[in-house]
Design a protein around this ligand. Structure first.
Ligand code: CTP
Length: 204
């Protein structure tokens, strides 16, 4: 199968030198891409800016903003058989991006507008393809994750502990739209990704 994977953060520019972003390392998405390749699948990896080596033989499309990520995903989605949305997409972007560097003196109020939801957009055209997303654990983690699964049209949601951000090890709960629930880990992200791929995209 050919699987589309999103990974890493997005950067939303304020001006030519400043951006809004987040602390996503991209490790989970990259580990997923590697595990999918090792299981005999093809991978298209649409990645925000990360400090990670591109997995070998993977088609990597580097993007910066959420809108660029969406555009790249929209181009690739028709040719893919499944989606793993591991990117930490910025929820908002500045309403305006200044063409010249903003004057840094004094206070400033930012106006933000919501970014498109990449996973939900692709899931609307999923057909019988499998769509997998992530959710971050907080209070009522599983309940919120299942609400997200339903709202965004996922088949599976991987519920991540907050400690997962930036760490190499993690524990997840895999929740299916069929009501199934499986705890996986704690293990290094690479092992975790392998276990998830075995479960979600078994070798052809
Ligand atoms: N996602 C996406 N496009 C967005 C926002 C999120 O594709 N604009 C995807 C993410 O890649 C992830 C899933 O949607 O697979 C859930 O992300 P999110 O809604 O941000 O949920 P949480 O990580 O749980 O965080 P929060 O609800 O606190 O924002």
């Amino acid at each position: 199968m050919k699987i589309l994977v999103t990974a890493g953060p997005t950067r939303e520019p304020l001006d030519p030198v400043r951006f809004l972003g987040n602390r996503s390392s991209g490790k989970m998405g990259y580990a997923f891409a590697e595990a999918l390749m090792a299981a005999g699948h093809q991978v298209v990896l649409v990645s925000g800016p990360v400090a990670l080596k591109s997995p070998s033989r993977v088609k990597v499309i580097a993007v910066e903003t959420a809108r660029e990520m969406l555009a790249a995903c929209r181009r690739e989605w028709p040719g893919c058989d499944g989606l793993v949305a591991a990117a930490a997409v910025a929820d908002w972007r500045p309403a305006k991006t200044a063409r010249k560097k903003l004057d840094g003196s004094g206070p400033r109020t930012l106006s933000l507008v919501p970014n498109p939801d990449i996973l939900a957009t692709l899931a609307r055209r999923k057909g019988n393809r499998q769509v997998v997303g992530f959710a971050l654990q907080d209070r009522n983690g599983e309940k919120r994750a299942l609400m997200k699964l339903e709202k965004k049209g996922m088949d599976w949601v991987i519920l991540n502990g907050l400690v997962a951000q930036g760490a190499s090890s993690a524990e997840v709960v895999l929740l299916g739209k069929d009501g199934s629930r499986e705890k996986i880990g704690p293990s290094p992200k690479k092992i975790l990704a392998k276990a998830l791929v075995r479960r979600l995209f078994p070798s052809p």
